[in-house]
Each structure stands twice: as structure tokens, then as C-alpha cells.
Design a protein around this ligand. Sequence first.
Ligand SMILES: [Zn+2]
Length: 246
Amino acid sequence: MRLLQRHLCMIAMSLVAVSSAHAATLVEPTLHIKPAASGAGRVALTLDACDGRTDTRILSALVENKIPATIFVTGIWLKRNAAAVEIMRAHPDLFELENHGDRHIPAVDTPQKIYGIKSAGSPDAVLAEVESGAAALARTGEPTPKWFRGATAEYSPSAIAMIRKLGFKIAGFSINGDGGSLLGAKETAKRIAAAKDGDVIISHINQPTHAAGQGVVQGLLALKAKGMIFVRLDDADGTGNHGTTD
Ligand SMILES: [Zn+2]
């Protein structure tokens, strides 16, 4: 009996070894835009709308202060936030909507978990997430998206190659503004206000109850007060690593 237990235990251990051998090493690509080279500089603000609701503190501040932003939306967020989508579509000079996938599933083609979220797990599932996300955006009447950012912003290198083949550039970032919307207001404001010429900021616009949202607004207003110019990804020359833009 004991021998059998030991045997089963060894089978279990070898199964763990096999599955971890199959888990891809993930990359978290960076993205920078071409610096302005004069004046206070320019930055690109990117905001993810993963699921949940809309942080109207941020949306109102962007409209009131005429701060352009690239919003990465999922199919599930689009369905639940029609009013916010209307506001964005009413200000095409400010908002560029891009593809954050259909169901907020990480673009990783091997089965594994990233920050507790299950990956797409296969090449077909990655394709479905990217293509259905683009289709959901097209149904709102928005122009065809050119950029993709996967849930968790981590990718397997083979998924990056597939997404590039579909014609999308992949949007990394250079400043993690709100730490997945989990940072406090003060730390978030500090990180965003520290952005330099050519930086791409990532934060979230789907967590209205989190303190981070208040910090996003404060940080952006501090940048604007310094004379920083905000540009959207379509209006900037973005260069990423890991083959995400070239
Ligand atoms: Zn997200």
C-alpha cells in the first residue's frame, strides 16, 4: 500500500513537471512614443476598460481638460457601459478606442494563470479573443482598431507573433500608473506626474470605487500644468520591444 502511494505521488510530481515545462515564459513588452524634442514633451495616456463599470472621475476630467487618451476596451465592458461609450464617441478628437480583447482573457497560448487569471491556453483561443474583441468594437461603429493590448499586458512570444500577423500592433507601456488600479491615490498621482517626454502611461478607467482613479486625475492635471502634450497611439510613432510594433 505504501509502495503504491509513493508510486502515485511520483506520477503526480512528474505531471507537475510536464505542465510547468509547457508553460511559456511570458513577456511584458514596453512601448515608447517618439519624443517631442522641444517644449515640455509629449506622452501617450492609455486607459484599460477591462470589465466592470466606468470611472466617471477620469472620464469627466479628460473631457473637461481636453486630454486625449487611447482607451483599450473589451467586448464585455462595451456591453455594460453604453453611456460611457456614447460620451467617448461624442468626442472623437479626444478618444481613440482600441482592442483589449473580447472577454479579458490573457493572450497566452499555453494553459497557465497570470495574476490568477486563466490564459487563453491555445493558439485558437488567442485568435478568438483578439478577433472577437475587434468585432465588438466594430459593432459600436468605431473605426477598425489598430492596436491590441491583452488582459494583464503579458504575452507568450508565439501569441505576439500571431497577433502581429492579424495586423495589430501590441501596446506595451513605459509607466505603470496605477498598479492594476490597486495603488493608493497619492502613489498613482506621483507615478503619473513623473512621466517624461516619450512615455506611454497605463492606468484603468473601469474601477470607479478605487482610490487609484482619483490619483490618475491628479497626476494628469499635474502633467498638463507642466505643459505636457498628450497624444493618442494612432497619432504617435510608437516603438515597442519583443517584436510588438515592427
Ligand atoms: Zn485589462
